[in-house]
Design a binder for this molecule. Structure first.
Ligand SMILES: [Zn+2]
Ligand SMILES: [Zn+2]
Length: 267
């Protein structure tokens, strides 16, 4: 069974580079199927410099359909990475009803205006740090409980700005994994943590193991922002997943990694 990269961005979000077609060529070269998951249009005024605007979305979906026709040897999925913020369902609901979207990765990038995906540690009073971590996981939880969201994106990304609060983050992440399990959803194994100098993926290996203990479907995502990042470190990720008893399979029509018995059953 072929593996897939379900998390790649495109130039349409204004901070990634490369033609969409080039991402397909990169996936083909890497022997992977491909899911586009560019930053979905969000509420008006929500980080407009780094998000696709609603008017551009039809160009995005049309291009994916054309690439699908040009590459019958690959499975090409139409996804999007949606920001979870309070009231996100208004915009996302409209998008999902207007387009044939295969899946949504729900991610939190901003908490009360704080960019949690910034890559540089943030020093704040303890109470603020704890509040932001708590709110981050509240939002993520609202996302995964929404019928509009299928996959929890880079779920412990808040560790990036708060590297000294690992214990709090891990405890909240474990509770969150229980919520993913209850909701019957999936989590992402986002390899960009390695690429971004984190020394571990998003989420960390501990949490991947905890997701595996819960039997959660796991998808691989590179979070590529240029074509040569497609499938980044997937062999390393797959080795970890196999160690936890996982194999490639399908979950609700999407290429995911599943506990071996389930992966066999759906083959
Ligand atoms: Zn991005
Ligand atoms: Zn993201």
């Amino acid at each position: 069974m072929k593996w897939a990269d379900l998390h790649v961005h495109t130039a349409l979000c204004r901070h990634a580079r490369g033609e969409m077609h080039s991402f397909m060529l990169a996936a083909r070269h890497a022997g992977l199927d491909l899911g586009f998951a560019d930053h979905a249009p969000a509420r008006r005024g929500f980080d407009p410099e780094n998000r696709m605007d609603r008017k551009t979305f039809p160009e995005y979906t049309d291009t994916i359909v054309r690439i699908r026709e040009a590459a019958p040897d690959l499975r090409i999925f139409m996804g999007a990475e949606a920001d979870i913020y309070s009231g996100f369902e208004d915009e996302l609901g409209e998008l999902r009803s207007a387009f044939e979207i295969d899946y949504i990765i729900g991610s939190v990038h901003y908490v009360d205006g704080v960019f949690v995906f910034s890559g540089s540690p943030l020093v704040l009073p303890d109470s603020d740090t704890r509040r932001i971590i708590r709110r981050y996981f509240e939002l993520l939880g609202e996302g995964i409980q929404s019928p509009l969201v299928d996959i929890a994106g880079h779920l412990d990304a808040v560790k990036w700005i708060f590297p000294h609060n690992r214990e709090d983050i891990e405890a909240a992440a474990l509770d969150f994994l229980d919520a993913v399990s209850c909701a019957g959803k999936a989590v992402e194994f986002n390899t960009s943590g390695w690429r971004r100098g984190q020394g571990e993926p998003f989420p960390g290996i501990h949490l991947i193991e905890a997701a595996a203990e819960r039997g959660l479907p796991i998808c691989l995502g590179s979070d590529a922002h240029q074509p040569d990042q497609v499938g980044y470190a997937f062999a390393r990720a797959a080795e970890i997943l196999m160690k936890f008893g996982y194999g490639p399979g399908n979950h609700r029509g999407l290429p995911m990694w599943l506990p071996i018995q389930k992966a066999d059953r759906v083959r």
